[in-house]
Design a protein around this ligand. Structure first.
Ligand code: ATP
Ligand code: MG
Length: 238
């Protein structure tokens, strides 16, 4: 066995520069992060500091201007789009800042989707049982056949979480997963994420503006204007 800890995520010199009307805008400016398998990490920083852009690159949903991302050792941008999609389907669950549910599918069908796309389901359960069990766990057992437009924002977010979790991905990326939830529901959702981290050893990387959630993570990565800065607590003690 390899004694070295496996890296779930490795980003090297990651840059994202976009062109706009006034010239070019640097959104990410040389990001380096390494996250061990099983870690829980919060990405924090002011609005506009590049958190969502970074998460999108780590998921391979967007392409960097330069730099490397490795997911469990696989060089994401050495793969073509199909290869990235296959890696994502196998390894990564993603919860977006906006929920991105499919409007013509009901709650249960939205959660079934990753299993239908990959032809896989959890080892111990069939797809429908797995989807139903997870929707029950996020408190939506009575909303299985509701379409997204008949669900509240918080309910839609919980369906999105169930969809991201259902294949029990070893890496879960979540962009402000509790942003639109009330305190109690948000706490239940976060508890579920940490429970999955404990039960499955899955790696959790979440963007949050909530200091209490950030503190529950093993460590924090703070962005400022597209760069990684030392967290305030480290700055105070050094
Ligand atoms: N495709 C794009 N073209 C131009 N500017 C962009 C693009 N994508 C992001 N930006 C800009 O890059 C900056 C970082 O955006 P990003 O969404 O990553 O911020 P964030 O840290 O997630 O903010 P928030 O906390 O508000 O969600 C913002 O100023 C945003 O306007
Ligand atoms: Mg964001």
């Amino acid at each position: 066995m390899n004694e070295k800890k496996e890296l779930a995520v490795e980003a090297r010199d990651l840059c994202k520069i976009v062109r706009d009307a006034t010239g070019s805008l640097t959104i990410l400016d040389g990001i380096n992060v390494s996250i061990n398998a099983g870690e829980t990490v919060a990405i924090v920083g002011a609005s506009g500091s590049g958190k969502s852009t970074l998460l999108g690159l780590l998921a391979g949903l967007d392409v960097p201007t330069s730099g490397v991302v490795k997911i469990f050792g696989n060089d994401l941008f050495a793969l073509d789009e199909d290869g990235r999609a296959a890696l994502r389907a196998e390894k990564v669950g993603f919860v977006f800042q906006s929920f991105q549910l499919l409007p013509h599918l009901d709650a249960l069908e939205n959660v079934l989707l990753p299993m239908e796309l990959t032809g896989r389901s959890p080892d111990d359960m069939g797809p429908v049982d797995a989807a139903r069990a997870l929707l029950q766990r996020v408190g939506l057992g009575e909303r299985l056949s509701h379409y997204p437009k008949y669900l509240s924002g918080g309910e839609q977010q919980r369906v999105a979480l169930a969809r991201a979790f259902v294949l029990r991905p070893p890496l879960l990326l979540a962009d402000e997963p509790t942003g639109s939830l009330d305190a109690a529901t948000g706490e239940a959702v976060i508890d579920l994420m940490f429970a999955l981290n404990r039960e499955r050893g899955s790696t959790l990387l979440l963007v949050t503006h909530d200091p209490d959630i950030a503190r529950r993570c093993g460590r924090q990565i703070e962005l400022h204007a597209g760069r990684v800065v030392q967290p305030a607590i480290a700055r105070m003690t050094h």
